[in-house]
Design a protein around this ligand. Structure first.
Ligand SMILES: CCC(=O)SCCNC(=O)CCNC(=O)[C@H](O)C(C)(C)COP(=O)(O)OP(=O)(O)OC[C@H]1O[C@@H](n2cnc3c(N)ncnc32)[C@H](O)[C@@H]1OP(=O)(O)O
Length: 297
């Protein structure tokens, strides 16, 4: 009796810990005033973040504010959070492509909002708000791809690092322009960039505000492939389809074990891998493969 009570308690706590890892980084305890910053962000309206979810499990998220090169207004920051929460609950989802409207990726945060929210407290709250959202985006159980056409500047470049992969078109550019603005990244872009390209190249990209064209991005391991400009969204779908063929629960499990390996110390990652393995072992896809005596020739 006592043993089963302890076991139940242990499993609930473990479940909660696993769940918490997928939730936000900052809360009230860190001095983060989410409602306060959301009220302020609402004042800087314009553009939208559009999400379409197809039956094949691939979503497309469009940064839609082409008049200002898809800069992030306050309301777009809030909408991004809403779309990410929606994607967290997409049971049949397998992959996500993020792109900008009208052949441009994103020119960072809307400079009008930046100017108006220049106090230290607003800056910290906006930083924590965007880190929370982009961390949740990074942890989505979906394979995520940033399709970069045109420029990804400032916060736009940071957003690309929250995706699993980056695909670029000829003439496109990723550029951490923060230094030119007297800043460093604050949406988590520096920390993620180090994980992607290593600390030396990351320091050069930031301190030189270097332009990263598709060839350099390929060389650094920042981009996976250069796609043709025409029909690049279809090409991004084709590229992603190589990795999303199969049942959603298996693709999602694959993303989850890799995300754990990317973020957690080895022992914690191994334990998480065991938990996720348990969700697919004996599951429908596993039983089907066993019944069919699947061979891998
Ligand atoms: C998290 C930290 C950050 O993200 S800080 C923001 C970093 N981003 C920037 O500083 C981008 C500044 N903008 C630029 O460098 C250029 O506008 C870029 C994006 C290269 C485009 O140049 P170009 O193709 O010549 O077009 P343009 O300058 O005429 O721009 C078209 C209109 O868009 C506007 N725009 C552009 N970016 C932003 C932005 N981030 N916030 C607000 N507005 C932006 C331009 O001002 C221009 O508007 P308008 O036609 O002058 O009314």
């Amino acid at each position: 009796m006592a043993f089963s009570l302890w076991k139940g308690l242990f499993q609930t706590t473990k479940g909660r810990l696993l769940q918490q890892r997928s939730l936000s980084l900052y809360s009230h305890a860190h001095g983060f005033e989410e409602e306060e910053i959301k009220k302020k962000l609402q004042l800087y309206a314009g553009g939208s973040i559009d999400l379409s979810k197809a039956d094949n499990g691939i979503g497309v998220l469009t940064l839609n504010n082409p008049r200002v090169m898809n800069a992030f207004t306050g309301t777009m920051m809030i909408e991004l959070q809403e779309r990410v929460l929606e994607l967290e609950n997409w049971k049949d989802g397998k992959g996500l492509i993020i792109h900008g409207a009208e052949n441009s990726f994103c020119s960072g945060s809307d400079l009008n909002a930046v100017r108006a929210l220049s106090s230290a407290q607003d800056g910290m709250n906006m930083c924590m708000f965007m880190q929370n959202t982009l961390t949740r985006l990074m942890r989505l159980p979906l394979i995520t791809v940033a399709l970069i056409q045109g420029k990804a500047l400032g916060g736009g470049s940071e957003l690309t690092t929250a995706c699993d992969f980056r695909l670029m078109t000829p003439g496109s550019e990723i550029r951490f322009v923060h230094k030119q603005m007297g800043l460093v990244p604050g949406w988590g872009g520096a920390s993620r960039l180090v994980q992607i390209v290593g600390s030396g190249p990351a320091l050069k990209l930031l301190s030189g505000a270097l332009r990263v064209n598709p060839e350099i991005a390929l060389h650094l391991g920042l981009a996976e492939e250069i796609l043709c400009t025409s029909g690049s969204l279809e090409a991004a779908h084709t590229w992603l389809n190589q990795y999303t063929n199969g049942p959603a629960e298996v693709i999602q499990a694959a993303k989850k074990v890799i995300a754990a390996g990317r973020e957690l110390p080895l022992e914690a990652a191994l334990r998480t891998e065991k938990e996720i393995f348990g969700t697919v072992w004996g599951g429908p896809a596993n039983l089907k493969a066993l019944t069919q005596r699947t061979k891998h020739k």
